[in-house]
Write a protein that binds this ligand. Structure first.
Ligand SMILES: *Cc1c(COP(=O)(O)O)cnc(C)c1O
Length: 382
């Protein structure tokens, strides 16, 4: 089946009891057994819930994976992945990683004896030299936040043949399965903050993992049930409903993204625009090869690089909302230096491009003309 059909149907059968076309919200914590241990596959809802099962099958199908597991947040999903490791193991990850992942790696898992190397994963040769006998994981995020760097997933996957056989994890939150399927490029586990594009309506926090590997699935499922960061049925229902329009939303995010990136690029008050769909973007060729389109995430800086100008713009927008998060139907604007990246020292963040006037847009699915008008009037205020 093709993507749009899977988004609407995968994992979902009419309800066996009533024929309801929509998977019911099985709001239950336990299931009645016929005799001890004899049941319909469901014993206790931390382990399994039918609404969640439908969602897990649907997400797995969209990622071309055999297995899916849903978590109560993206961080819950990432936490389960790192719990595959033991003290002494090492991970190589992107240096411009999602801030929450960076915090969990350095503040929770480093004290437990796992070592993380934050590196420029665009530099394949350098990364290849860094892989040693303790390297058990390669952790890639692409496009990266907020600089929109693109990492060559298939290129990194070649390093899996090194003697330590590291597994490759791709955080696919920014692209969504509509734009790229990392498993097809050699990833072992795909991770999502389903809070973002998968759900798409800014009303649920959820995480997801997908894999094709039987052993990894068994271990992750064990951690999932043992540690318990599993989502409830209502949230599972909402994400399942969100998925039904993922392809339509993504088409519009991309369409609007292209128009707004073009508008920003030609505006006299804008300095740089970071969007992987520009042929002059340093990773344009990789983006073209591994992504179906270029998405609706855009960052830009202002001429003069003044933080006050960036703040004035951020508080002058009327259709865009000033908020954290991304991937919803409504357009959002954020100021990474004072919001998502505030905990990183100025010198450190500026090295990766997060300067004072950098603003990040999550382009929604509103009318592009209204979004452009809104940015135009806000830019006039500075
Ligand atoms: C939001 C986000 C996460 C964390 O997910 P939550 O659902 O907020 O726990 C991880 N990675 C990326 C790229 C994100 O944008």
């Amino acid at each position: 089946m093709k993507f749009a059909t899977k988004a609407i149907h995968a994992g979902q059968e009419p309800d066996p009891a009533t024929g309801a076309i929509m998977t019911p919200i099985y709001q239950t914590s336990t299931y009645v057994q016929e005799s001890p241990g004899i049941h319909k596959g469901y014993a206790y809802a931390r382990g399994k819930n039918p609404t969640r099962t439908a969602l897990e099958k649907c997400i797995a199908s969209l990622e071309n994976a055999k297995y899916g597991l849903c978590f109560s947040s993206g961080m819950g999903a990432s936490d389960a992945i790192i719990k595959l490791l033991l003290p002494g193991d090492e991970v190589i990850c992107c240096h411009d990683l999602y801030g929450g992942s960076y915090r969990m790696f350095t503040k929770v898992f480093e004290p437990l004896g796992i070592k993380f190397h934050f590196e420029d994963m665009g530099n394949l040769k350098m990364i290849s030299n860094l892989v040693n006998e303790k390297t058990k994981m390669l952790w890639v995020e692409t496009p990266t936040n907020p600089m929109m760097n693109i990492i060559d997933i298939a290129g990194i996957a070649k390093l899996k043949t090194k003697p330590s056989h590291p597994i490759l994890i791709v955080d696919n939150t920014f692209a969504s399965p509509f734009l790229q399927n990392p498993i097809n490029q050699g990833a072992d586990i795909v991770m999502h903050s389903a809070t973002k594009y998968l759900n798409g309506h800014s009303d649920v926090v959820m995480g997801a993992l997908c894999t094709n590997d039987d052993t990894l699935y068994e271990r992750l499922s064990f951690i999932h049930n043992s540690c318990g960061a599993t989502p409830g049925p209502m949230d599972s229902f909402l994400v399942l409903r969100g998925l039904k329009t993922l392809h339509l939303r993504m088409e519009r995010h991309c369409y609007n993204g292209r128009l707004i990136a073009g508008f920003l690029k030609n505006h006299p008050k804008i300095d740089k625009v970071y969007w992987p769909g520009f042929p002059e973007h340093p990773n344009y060729e990789v983006a073209k090869k591994q992504m179906k389109d270029f998405g609706g995430m855009i960052s830009f800086t202002l001429k003069g690089n003044s933080k006050e100008d960036a703040f004035r713009l951020a508080s002058s927008v009327k259709v865009f909302s000033l908020a954290e998060s991304l991937g919803g139907v409504e357009s959002l604007l954020g100021h990474p230096a004072s919001m998502t990246h505030a905990s990183i020292p100025k010198e450190e963040r500026e090295k990766t491009g997060v300067v004072d006037s950098l603003l990040r847009l999550s382009i929604g699915v509103e009318d592009a003309e209204d979004l452009i008008e809104d940015l135009k009037q806000a830019l006039e205020k500075i």
